[in-house]
Design a protein around this ligand. Structure first.
Ligand SMILES: C[S@@+](CC[C@H](N)C(=O)[O-])C[C@H]1O[C@@H](n2cnc3c(N)ncnc32)[C@H](O)[C@@H]1O
Length: 197
């Protein structure tokens, strides 16, 4: 599958992919920082993965998604776009893969978190450990349609995800080992640079 077809498939299957401005920010970050090892949680059809790989020839991407259909499509995308040799696609639950990456002492220079929003806070302690010093953690959609910054009561159906995203942002912004920024365009992008261990 070519990258242009992904947008159409993502609309058909109701699986969102990174938006334009957030994608532009991510591409610029990869181009500037030249991370060698990138980890992505939330491969979907390989759209954001291809964007990152296209920005730096030295980058190798490890990307995780628990959806078998999405992973099969992503593998085709990476192959068709000529990135197959620089990517490892893992079909499994994000948290269990993070545990095994940590146990195996693997480190990453950039982590793009774009998976289950309600679990970002649970992933965070492991993400902090597997990120190299000087590396960046980028988390997409952290404002969850604006509900995260909204004052007053949150609708019952959104309460858990909003509470958990707030915990994630508070924990990251209070951590003195990280330089934290919240970019408030589109659905919100959290960016944190690891400055010490
Ligand atoms: C927003 S989409 C990712 C979009 C992709 N990063 C892009 O921009 O092209 C979120 C993805 O996270 C995956 N996901 C949700 N929960 C997950 C989990 N517990 N472990 C791994 N992947 C998960 C979904 O299957 C979905 O494909």
């Amino acid at each position: 599958m070519k990258i242009e077809e992904i947008k159409k498939l993502s609309r058909e299957k109701w699986l969102p992919i990174i938006r334009e401005e957030s994608a532009k920010f991510l591409c610029e970050l990869v181009k500037k920082q030249k991370p060698r090892k990138i980890l992505e949680i939330g491969t979907c059809f390989g759209y954001s993965g291809c964007l990152m790989l296209s920005q730096s020839e030295d980058a190798f991407l490890t990307t995780i998604d628990c959806d078998e259909f999405a992973v099969a499509q992503a593998k085709k995308t990476f192959f068709d776009e000529g990135f197959a040799a620089r990517v490892n696609v893992i079909c499994d639950d994000g948290y269990s893969v993070l545990e095994s990456l940590y146990k195996n002492k693997l480190k990453f220079d950039l982590i793009f978190l774009d998976g289950p929003k309600g679990q970002y806070f649970k992933y965070l302690p492991l993400l902090k450990k597997i990120l190299s010093i000087g590396g960046f953690l980028v988390a997409d959609d952290v404002l969850f349609h604006g509900y995260v910054k909204q004052n007053g009561p949150v609708k019952h159906k959104h309460r858990t995800i909003v509470t958990n995203l707030r915990k994630f942002l508070l924990d990251l912004s209070n951590d003195s080992n990280f330089d934290f920024k919240l970019l408030e365009f589109e659905d919100g992008v959290a960016v944190a640079k690891k400055i010490s261990e």
